[in-house]
Design a protein around this ligand. Sequence first.
Ligand code: GTP
Ligand code: IMP
Ligand code: MG
Length: 340
Amino acid sequence: MPSTIVVGGFFGDEGKGKIIAYLALADRPAIVARGGVGPNAGHSVEFHGKKYGLRMVPSGFVYEDARLLIGAGVLVNPEVFLEEVEMLGVEKRVGVDFRCGIIEKHHIEADRGDARLKDKIGTTGTGCGPANAERALRKIKQAKDVEVLKPFLCDVPAEINAALTEGKSVLVEGTQGFGISLFYGTYPYVTSKDTTASQIAADVGLGPTRVNEVIVVFKAFPTRVGAGPFRTEMSEEESKALGIEEYGTVTGRKRRIGRWDGEMARYAAMINGATQIAITGIDRIDSACRGVTEFEKLSEKAKRFVERVEQDVGVPVTLISTGPELDEIIDLREAAENKE
Ligand code: GTP
Ligand code: IMP
Ligand code: MG
C-alpha cells in the first residue's frame, strides 16, 4: 500500500520497531519516516544476530535503499541522533525536518530534577516533556538553528508527498502507545503528546486523505513502564510463572506485565482508524510457536488467541510476530487481500 502508518495500541513497547523493520524489508518503501514524541522511545530491532535500540533513526534502516526521515513533530536530541547515525552508517540517507524541536541540556535537567515528573509520573528523563512544553510556549530551538544538523536538514512533508505522487510507497513509524497518549491515555500518567495515527500523520506532514493503511500493534501480554493505571496488570509471581520479564530499551526499568485487554484494544483501534492489526509475542501465549512463519503451524491455543483478538477488536489480524528476530513472523496480508 502506498502509505502505511504503524502505531502502538497499548502502553508503548508493543514491538513496533520489529514490525516496522520487517515491513521495510518486505515492502521496500522509498521512505521510512518517524513520527512520535522523540528520544523517549526505544524501538528494538534484532537483525542478523545484532540488537539495536533505536531512539531517533527510523527502524526501517534495515532496508538499505530507503530514505530515512524524522518528521517535524518529533523532538530531536542532536547528540543521540548523531551517535545513532554513525553507529548505523546511514549519514547519506537520513534527513531531519528543519522544523523539528531540539532537546537541550536544560530540558533533560528539568525532566530529571522535577519530582512530580520523575517520581510521580515516572518519565523517561529524556527531556521530552519540558521540551514539548517549551515548544508550546514558542521558545524552543528548531533543527535549522543547530549547526551540526545542517547536513541533514530537509522538508519531510515535501519528500513524502512527492514520493506518493510518483506512486512510491512510504512507511510511517509511530512511537509510544495509545494508553500513554496525552489526549486519550491515562492522564496525567501519559507522555507529552498524542500518540495516535492522526498525530503521527501530522508529525510527518501526511494529510488524512493520503493515509492508506493504519496498522495498530498489540502485544499478546501488554506492558507498561513508569507509573499509572494498568487494569489487567499481573502480579510479579504470575508474570514470572509465565516466563515473562522485560526491561525498558531507554531507561532499563522493569516493565510491568499485564493480560490481554480486549476492551482497550477495541477503543484504541477505533481512535487510530485501524485497518489492520499486528500481534507480537504470540510465542508467549505458547512457546511452541516461537519462530513459526505459517499460520497453519501455530498451536490451537495460539490460533484461538488470534481469533479472540479479531473478535475483540473487529479488525483483521494481518501480522503475527512469533519472536524478536525479523524473520520470526507470519505475514497474512496477501491472504487477507484475497479474502476481500
Ligand atoms: P516504543 O517505540 O518505545 O514504544 O517501542 P517498540 O514498540 O518498538 O517496542 P520495544 O522494542 O521497546 O519492545 C518490544 C520488545 O519485545 C523488544 O525487546 C523486542 O525485541 C521484543 N519483541 C518484539 N516482537 C516479539 C515477539 O514476537 N516475541 C517476543 N518474545 N518478543 C518480541
Ligand atoms: P515521558 O514521555 O518521558 O515524559 O514519560 C511519560 C510516560 O510515558 C512514562 O510513564 C514513560 O515510561 C512513558 N513512555 C514514554 N515513552 C515511552 C516509550 O517509548 N515506551 C514506553 N513508555 C514510554
Ligand atoms: Mg520501546
